[in-house]
Design a binder for this molecule. Structure first.
Ligand SMILES: [Zn+2]
Length: 331
């Protein structure tokens, strides 16, 4: 067994030279040229050992397109296929897994960046905040929960409304944020939709809601449930103004949101694999005492059963919307 004794100077020199040869190759070290017409010439054992370590092609040949950014030290594990990618990779593929096409949940800021031209849009009604009307306390007081959610997410509530252009076509988009108390529909969500519709009517702009919600916000009780009727009534006014309303359902769209504005679109479209339903599959299974069919309550299942107009991949969403807006304008 070979043991290096580093306290011996000659062993140190031998060891360093060994490393040098291994890295640079003998030909590099002695300044000899062993490459002709781009092909290595191997005439002796020394030459052969040199080609193992010598860089035959000079320079970095990876094209800019293929270059991957240096990871920020952050990795992302896909919930679908469990494959790990860097944050940069997943971000550049719009938070869709490059391996299995799993659409990860994203909030309004990311959707607006994908959809609005040059990420330019006007945020509307950011001054509306929730209030604890009922003095509601579950695991912690609702007032405290709101403050915590605002601190954690940097958002005011579970709804963000923006007005901008999609390939040059004007549009108002109301997008839910699942990270804010499960995207629950409280009075702020309803009020922002309502004012968003007013804005769309006033400026004669088409309207879209991106739904992503666990349903009504129980801490607001009846104030939350009221939003279903309020938003539905407002959407009628939008229809009377002959302005299109596109409902985009993403994972998950459930409860009172499905039972109101999410299913009222002139077009109801969805992301692939999104959970869409009123009650959850477990509740239904326990109620009907039967096993549910495979893929139950996923977008593909709903499309097959006539609940959706079509499913659109996130990467094609912007172009598809631009085409739809043109279609609505012509008709
Ligand atoms: Zn995946």
């Amino acid at each position: 067994m070979l043991i290096y004794h580093f306290d011996n100077i000659w062993v140190k020199i031998y060891f360093l030279l060994h490393l040098w040869f291994a890295n640079e190759g003998f030909c590099g070290f002695f300044g000899s040229e062993y490459v002709q017409n781009g092909k290595p010439i191997m005439t002796s054992n020394y030459n052969m050992s040199s080609t193992w370590f010598k860089r035959i092609k000079r320079g970095i040949l990876t094209s800019t397109k293929e270059k991957k950014n240096v990871p920020d030290g952050l990795w992302f594990k896909c919930p679908g296929c469990k494959k790990t990618s860097t944050i940069n990779e997943i971000r550049s593929s719009l938070w869709v897994c490059p391996n299995c096409n799993f659409h990860n949940r994203i909030d309004a800021a990311e959707y607006f960046e994908i959809l609005f031209d040059d990420n330019q849009y006007e945020l509307l009604f950011e001054n509306i905040l929730s209030r604890d009307m009922l003095g509601f306390v579950d695991l912690k007081p609702y007032k405290e929960r709101l403050v915590d959610a605002q601190k954690q997410t940097g958002l005011k509530d579970a709804m963000t409304v923006g007005a901008g252009e999609i390939h040059g076509r004007k549009m108002v988009i109301a997008c839910m944020n699942f990270s804010f108390i499960g995207g629950s529909m409280g009075s702020v969500v309803g009020e922002k939709i309502s004012r968003g519709i007013d804005y769309a009517i006033e400026h004669k702009m088409p309207f879209m809601i991106i739904s992503k919600s666990g349903g009504a916000r129980m801490m607001e009780s009846a104030f939350s449930l009221m939003q279903m009727a309020k938003t539905s009534a407002k959407l009628t006014l939008l229809a009377k103004a002959k302005l299109p309303y596109i409902s985009f359902l993403t994972d998950p769209t459930t409860g009172g949101v499905t039972a109101s504005y999410a299913m009222l679109g002139d077009l109801n479209i969805a992301e692939p694999g999104a959970l869409i339903g009123f009650a959850g599959p477990r509740v239904i299974k326990e109620t009907i005492k039967k096993d549910l069919p495979e893929g139950f309550q996923r977008s593909e299942f709903l499309l097959e059963h006539g609940f959706l107009d079509f499913i659109v991949d996130r990467k094609e969403l912007k172009q598809k919307l631009a085409d739809l807006l043109d279609y609505f304008k012509m008709n």
